[in-house]
Design a protein around this ligand. Structure first.
Ligand SMILES: Cc1cc2nc3c(=O)[nH]c(=O)nc-3n(C[C@H](O)[C@H](O)[C@H](O)COP(=O)(O)OP(=O)(O)OC[C@H]3O[C@@H](n4cnc5c(N)ncnc54)[C@H](O)[C@@H]3O)c2cc1C
Length: 508
């Protein structure tokens, strides 16, 4: 997957069936679906693939136990179906994980186990395993570091876990392998109309510079929390479709939760669900639900969010984490489809919405990572109808993504050896699980164009340990400069910009 080739094809004047704006879960899912159906499709992303919400999730492929409490069993059932499909189609990126709810009250265990039996039943044949009640001693076997005072027992259930940014890159490469044009660091800045209908998009190359137009029969706006910004370029008076809510996470060393299970707290002080999840040999603790007045590309966790997460981690873990233990803090913005005025963001629907604007632009937003495939299927169905494209059957439900290999522990799946053959096996940093070969692979095959692309989304160094990531940024910049033929000044600029970003992922 080479960016220069993609840009040449974008600039060549071809009229695409679909042009997708936004390279997160939603847009990439649409590109894969459309390409598999045989439509010509292009996708542009103004930053890097998944640089928005799609690399900042809690990393769960789940039905969403808490939506059961909201009585939304339809959403849960379709998410559980998608969870099963994704586990089958990308087994190298999705794994089944045990989740344990510690019970401190006498009735809690029974209450949660009834709810989780219903959750199991909704998953049907795509279940990842049954839930069951645990005695106190079993709870401590699964969660050796959970707070013991007052612990009565627990409930165990199974859900999925994944690497969100790696899945996004895999979708981009899968789409490209099926003929799609996918380009990162290309921004949609305006629409081109023909007889009132949007017939193309003005694009800006944010790396090489310059603006140009790409034409399409249907333009899809899949820009997450930014959809309204783009809709107003089509329809200046368009009413807002989304409300923005922020979720923050802390990353802790694995010793705080060393067992094989994730810890799930079904009700925090503000009525939310909280997780502590083992991930790449760290523990991700999250999340919050804080309404935000505006969308931003690089959201920051607020001091009160960090305090809330630390306080809850201290409440449920035997070793009480301090601020100095936090390896990284990251936040993401949820595009929530607007509910009634005054509704709490935690109670707004996680379902998606699709609207076709007066110029024919198809906007899709909301939903969950887990349901990206189903959303994409509906978007392409609608695009075929609204844009007069040939109607073709969707082929993604049973389609294995690039690298898919069951039982493989590497995020590269069947490509692991090819990745490692790309360069030296020199570790990038003593505290990070990466080697230099992976950066060369990312530069050559995965369209990594900046040090941030390399250390935040191709590897997850920034999330695993922000300090270590900043320390290895100069070497990552050198490698990328070599791969792209840039000089030392370029490399120094990249390393400096990354160090500044990494400092905002530190807890203090
Ligand atoms: C804190 C948090 C935790 C979550 N945890 C989970 C979870 O565990 N499991 C789960 O299933 N779901 C989870 N979700 C939901 C899930 O992450 C989102 O539903 C999903 O990532 C949204 O993807 P998207 O493509 O719609 O948006 P995004 O990923 O934000 O993608 C939109 C993209 O559009 C680009 N863009 C914007 N404007 C332009 C333009 N003019 N030109 C070109 N590109 C543009 C942006 O740069 C961005 O990359 C979580 C969400 C949050 C916030």
């Amino acid at each position: 997957m080479k960016r220069d080739d993609m840009l040449s094809r974008l600039r060549a004047g071809e009229r695409f069936d679909l042009l997708v704006i936004g390279g997160g879960a939603t847009g990439l899912g649409v590109a894969v679906d459309a390409a598999l159906r045989g439509h010509s499709v292009a996708l542009v992303e103004r930053g890097d693939f998944a640089c928005g919400t799609s690399s900042r999730s809690t990393k769960l492929v789940h039905g969403g136990v808490r939506y059961l409490r909201q009585g939304n069993s339809r959403l849960v059932q379709s998410a559980l179906r998608e969870r099963g499909r994704l586990a089958r189609n990308a087994p190298h990126l999705v794994r089944s994980l045990a989740f344990v709810i510690p019970a401190y009250g006498w009735t809690d265990r029974l209450f949660y186990s009834i709810g989780l039996e219903f959750y199991d039943a909704l998953a049907g044949p795509l279940s990842l395993g049954s839930s069951r009640m645990l005695a106190q001693v079993e709870t401590l076997e699964w969660l050796p570091t959970v707070e013991r005072r007052g612990l009565r027992g627990g409930v165990l259930y199974r859900d999925g876990q994944f690497d969100d940014a790696r899945l996004a890159i895999t979708l981009a490469r899968t789409a490209a392998a099926r003929g799609a044009v996918v380009a990162n660091h290309v921004e949609a800045v305006g629409f081109v109309r023909e007889g009132g209908r949007v017939a193309g998009v003005e694009l800006r190359d944010r790396i090489g510079g310059g603006e140009f137009v790409a034409r399409a029969r249907v333009v899809v706006n899949a820009t997450g929390v930014f959809v309204d910004e783009l809709r107003r370029k089509e329809e200046p008076a368009a009413k807002a479709l989304v409300t923005v809510s922020q979720g923050a996470h802390l990353v802790l060393p694995r010793r705080f939760l060393p067992g094989d299970a994730a810890l799930m707290v079904p009700k925090t002080a503000d009525g939310r669900v909280l997780f502590a999840v083992p991930w790449h040999d760290r523990v991700v603790v999250g999340t919050t639900d804080t309404p935000r007045p505006a969308s931003e590309a690089e959201p920051r966790a607020l001091p009160e969010e960090k305090a809330f997460l630390l306080e809850h981690a201290r409440r449920y873990l035997a070793e009480k984490p301090r601020e100095a233990d936090v390896l990284s803090v990251f936040a993401g913005l949820r595009p929530l489809v607007k509910g009634r005025a005054g509704a709490k963001t935690a109670s707004l629907s996680r379902e998606h919405a699709m609207v076709v604007g007066p110029g024919g632009v198809l906007t899709v937003t909301g939903g969950k990572w887990t349901t990206y495939r189903e959303m994409a299927e509906q978007v392409v169905d609608l695009a075929e109808r609204s844009g007069g494209l040939f109607s073709r059957p969707c082929g993604t439900a049973e389609f294995a993504l690039i690298g898919a290999e069951a039982g493989c522990t590497s995020v590269y799946g069947s490509e692991h050896e090819a990745v490692m053959a790309c360069g030296a096996a020199t570790p990038l940093h003593p505290r990070l699980p990466y080697v230099e070969a992976e950066l060369r692979w990312a530069a050559r095959e995965e369209m990594a164009e900046t040090v941030e692309d390399l250390l935040s989304r191709r590897t997850r160094a920034l999330l695993l340990d922000a300090r270590a990531a900043a320390e290895c940024a100069p070497r990552a910049a050198e490698i990328l400069a070599e791969e792209r033929g840039h000089g030392s000044a370029w490399a120094a600029g990249q390393a400096g910009a990354f160090a500044e970003l990494a400092s905002s992922y530190l807890a203090g």
